[in-house]
Design a protein around this ligand. Structure first.
Ligand SMILES: *Cc1c(COP(=O)(O)O)cnc(C)c1O
Length: 397
């Protein structure tokens, strides 16, 4: 007898390979409801209630591919905890914000967030291939209010009008959900702006929809070099043959791939997990970039670690693990002050003639200061003769 398939087969074993590997099929079949997810794992009471009771508040969704990584036997599975809402999302705290990073107050035109002098964020799409439970842009992602074409035109005109902007970070939502042709158009128009030096794409697609990273996409991206991709792996369980292939394909096209992880309480907040994650990333040539202390987003208090434990975790990385695998721990300032590095204190005393430090094993080290202080680089006058200083360029914030 043939097995009886559900109306909407979502399990990998029930889906023909050709469909499974089609990224548009994956997006059309995103799991959203308790009914969908119960095809994959037996839901815990908290997951069941969370899925039912947060529906009107926060977007939920994951690709069948990402759901296939869920551990059916454990509700503390890191994949389940990032994709499936908990009832805890309903107990807000006063300090939690819809817009924790003050993006809406740093938006000179729609689709632009501009906080730093020489770079800005361009918001091109409001959809994702997963709606992360810790999302700091959950107020706007989800598919109700996509940025309009003329808004993106205006945003590109804003960038063109700001000569200080050298670095444009394309984000969303997930920019790699745009069609290759539409993304090509946006990148081409950015490239045509002479002062835009580098373009970065922030995307979780390598983690949750790796089949999207095909040859055609990579060849298109490579036309617009220098292009960088920053992705978002949070747990070594997310590193699979497919996601490795996606990252390596990007790198093989000359696109440096970085990783911006978020520290998530009880999900990746152990030294062992973080070391395994960072080491697995560099093995596939993905360079750890940031490790974020959780933002104060509405409904995410249960996912944040204390700052003390974040710092202690970093102490378990530096020195114990290749420096190539070290991320920088940052707090993105509530209200919009930007990213602020935090971490263990290695500098114990700063004297005029000597500084006292401790190394990663706790050993005290003394470092003698030079006799003379000379912050003035006289060759600058030659090297930069006639070149205006950055601060003389117009625009910026
Ligand atoms: C994070 C962010 C950037 C980039 O910051 P880097 O430290 O250069 O990676 C730029 N603009 C906005 C609005 C950001 O949130």
């Amino acid at each position: 007898m043939l097995p009886v398939l559900p109306d909407r087969p979502l399990r990998r074993s029930d889906v023909p390979t050709e469909q499974w590997n089609d990224w548009r099929w994956q997006l059309r079949h995103m799991l959203r409801s308790a009914e969908d997810f119960s095809q994959i794992v037996p839901l815990s009471d908290d997951e069941q209630a969370g899925l039912e009771r947060t529906q009107d508040l926060f977007r939920t969704g994951a690709t069948p591919y990402y759901a296939s990584l869920m551990d059916a036997s454990r509700s503390d599975c890191p994949i389940r905890r990032q994709a499936l809402p908990s009832l805890s999302e309903l107990s807000f705290r006063e300090q939690e914000l819809r817009d924790p990073l003050g993006e809406d107050t740093h938006s000179p035109v729609p689709s632009i967030f501009h906080k730093y002098p020489d770079r800005c964020l361009l918001y091109v799409v409001d959809r994702c291939a997963i709606y992360c439970r810790h999302c700091n842009r959950r107020r706007i992602v989800g598919g109700d209010q996509p940025p309009k074409r003329d808004e993106i035109d205006d945003a590109l005109a804003y960038i063109a009008s700001q000569p200080r902007i050298r670095d444009v970070l394309i984000s969303g939502g997930d920019p790699l959900l745009l069609s290759t042709r539409r993304l090509d158009e946006v990148l081409g128009r950015l490239r045509a702006i002479p002062h835009v030096e580098i373009i970065r794409i922030g995307s979780r697609v390598p983690v949750v929809l790796p089949m999207r990273i095909d040859e055609k996409l990579c060849q298109m991206l490579a036309k617009h070099h220098p292009v960088f991709v920053n992705t978002h792996f949070n747990h070594p369980r997310e590193i699979t043959e497919e996601s490795q292939l996606a990252c390596e394909r990007l790198v093989n096209h000359g696109i440096p791939v970085g990783n911006q992880a978020v520290l998530l309480r009880g999900i990746n907040s152990s030294v062992r997990t973080l070391r395994a994650l960072m080491r697995a990333l560099i093995r596939m040539r993905v360079r750890p970039y940031y490790l974020f202390q959780g933002d104060t987003v509405l409904g995410t208090d249960h996912l944040r670690t204390s700052v003390e434990s974040a710092i202690e975790l970093m102490d378990g990385l530096r020195g114990w693990m290749s420096g190539m695998a070290m991320p920088q721990l940052v707090i993105d300032a509530p209200g919009g002050g930007g990213k602020i590095p935090i971490g263990p204190e290695y500098l114990k005393e700063l004297g005029d003639s000597e500084v006292t430090l401790r190394n990663y094993r706790g050993l005290t080290v003394r470092y003698p200061q030079p006799r003379e202080k000379d912050p003035h680089v006289s060759y600058d006058e030659v090297f930069f003769a006639g070149v205006p200083d950055d601060d003389d360029r117009e625009g910026g914030v």
